[in-house]
Structure formats: structure tokens, C-alpha cells
Design a protein around this ligand. Structure first.
Ligand SMILES: CC(C)(COP(=O)(O)OP(=O)(O)OC[C@H]1O[C@@H](n2cnc3c(N)ncnc32)[C@H](O)[C@@H]1OP(=O)(O)O)[C@@H](O)C(=O)NCCC(=O)NCCS
Length: 199
């Protein structure tokens, strides 16, 4: 499994996964998947371009309470394996504020990821995070924060396997329903190398 940039030739496998029940948004689920399919139908090229948005030119971000907020810079990578019929495995993304390691209150973490339900427990999320940590070395961030739900043990194991440490339990902002969350931190100082990747 490799993380790869979203491209127009990879789009059909991604759209097929969305139609088969995958959603990159583990809070807004199927609704978010439908919204993405609509964006792809409307303008596939523009959708692909929005996946690499280091200047935050993309559309507003819809939060779980349906409020919309300004986007911050970020980019997405797709997890891709050698399954010829369905190589799309999941997605991982990073977002940041230029010149700062802090995030606005409505951005819960620097990195988010999801694996299609039918390819989970193969180590893909763990490996994807290891690969992304190498790819973001040039952003100059001293660390990244990743948040999970308290009961999301798989995600917590992904973070811990990549050198993350538990920082705190916190209450998510009102737009996220004031639910509990766990915050983890992965140091990028010194920057990770591929050889330090966990698998
Ligand atoms: C969290 C998620 C990305 C993990 O993806 P994955 O590719 O299955 O993860 P991995 O195969 O790398 O497994 C990571 C660890 O979690 C464990 N794990 C995976 N699924 C598990 C489960 N259902 N129950 C218990 N442990 C589980 C694995 O055994 C592994 O542990 P190990 O490193 O000690 O062996 C995936 O479950 C998912 O997409 N969930 C929905 C979206 C989500 O929660 N994203 C994270 C938001 S913070």
C-alpha cells in the first residue's frame, strides 16, 4: 500500500468506493459521501484540484452541526494497493495554519484518515500515517496533533504505533456536539524518515 496523490485517472476507483458505502468523513458519514459524489459529477477536474489546496482556495468546510467555516491549507492522499479491481483503500489528509503549529478551534487535528470498511485491519492506516509523516517534513511543523473519540481504539493504535503520545482528554466545540475527545501528539523533531516507519 502506498499513499498517492488523487488524480483524474484514479477518480473512478474512489467514486466506486463512495458508492459502495465508504465515507472519508466518519462523523457525517453517508451524507458527506453523497456531497462528494455530487461535486465529482459537477466538475471532476475541479474536485481533483481541490485535493491539493495549499492556499486554502477550496469551498467552505461543513461541520457536524452543518455550520460552515473557512478552509485552512491542506492536501489529501489516497491509499492505493495492488488490487486491480478496486485499488482505492482509504484517504488521509493534513491541514495546517501557515507559520503556526496551532489550529483554529473548529479544526480538531492536523491529520485525519479513514480506510474502506472492506480493507481494514491490514495495517493500511498505520502505514499511511507513517508515509504521510515523511511527506510533510517540509512543512516545518514541530509536531502534529491528532484527535480521536475516546472509544476509537483502532485510531488510537494507529497514532501510538507512529510514536504519538496521549496529551489530554478534551471537550469538542459546540459545532461537534460538545462530545469528549482525546488529543494525541506526534513529534516531528527530528523529522521522521522512511526507515523509522513502523512496518
Ligand atoms: C481507524 C481506521 C482508520 C483504522 O484503519 P485500519 O487500516 O484498519 O488500521 P490498521 O490496520 O493500521 O490497525 C491499527 C491498529 O488497530 C487495531 N485495530 C484495527 N481495527 C480494530 C478493531 N475493530 N478493534 C480493535 N483493534 C483494531 C489493529 O489491530 C492495529 O493494532 P496493532 O498496531 O496493535 O496491531 C479505520 O478503522 C477507519 O477508517 N475507521 C473509521 C474512520 C476513523 O475512525 N478515522 C479516524 C478518525 S480519528
Amino acid at each position: 500500500m502506498q499513499i498517492v496523490p488523487p488524480t483524474i485517472d484514479r477518480l473512478p476507483a474512489y467514486a466506486a468506493a463512495l458508492r459502495d458505502g465508504y465515507s472519508p468523513d466518519n462523523v457525517r458519514g453517508a451524507i458527506a459521501a453523497q456531497e462528494i459524489l455530487a461535486r465529482i459529477d459537477a466538475d471532476a477536474q475541479r474536485f481533483i484540484e481541490s485535493m491539493e489546496d495549499r492556499e486554502a482556495r477550496g469551498p467552505l468546510v461543513t461541520l457536524p452541526d452543518r455550520s460552515q467555516v473557512k478552509r485552512i491549507p491542506g492536501f489529501h492522499r489516497w491509499m492505493w494497493d495492488d488490487d486491480p479491481a478496486a485499488p482505492f483503500c482509504g484517504a488521509i489528509s493534513v491541514r495546517w495554519q501557515p507559520g503556526s503549529v496551532t489550529l483554529p478551534p473548529h479544526v480538531l487535528g492536523h491529520i485525519g484518515y479513514s480506510v474502506v470498511p472492506w480493507k481494514r485491519r491490514r495495517g493500511y492506516a498505520t502505514e499511511a500515517l507513517a508515509q504521510l509523516l515523511v511527506e510533510i517534513r517540509d512543512l516545518g511543523l514541530p509536531h502534529v496533533d491528532i484527535t480521536t473519540d475516546p472509544d476509537n481504539v483502532p485510531s488510537q493504535r494507529v497514532i501510538l504505533a507512529n510514536g504519538g503520545v496521549f496529551v489530554e482528554a478534551f471537550t469538542k466545540p459546540a459545532a461537534f456536539g460538545e462530545k469528549p475527545g482525546y488529543r494525541y501528539r506526534i513529534s516531528l523533531d527530528p523529522p521522521p524518515t522512511a526507515l523509522q516507519s513502523v512496518r
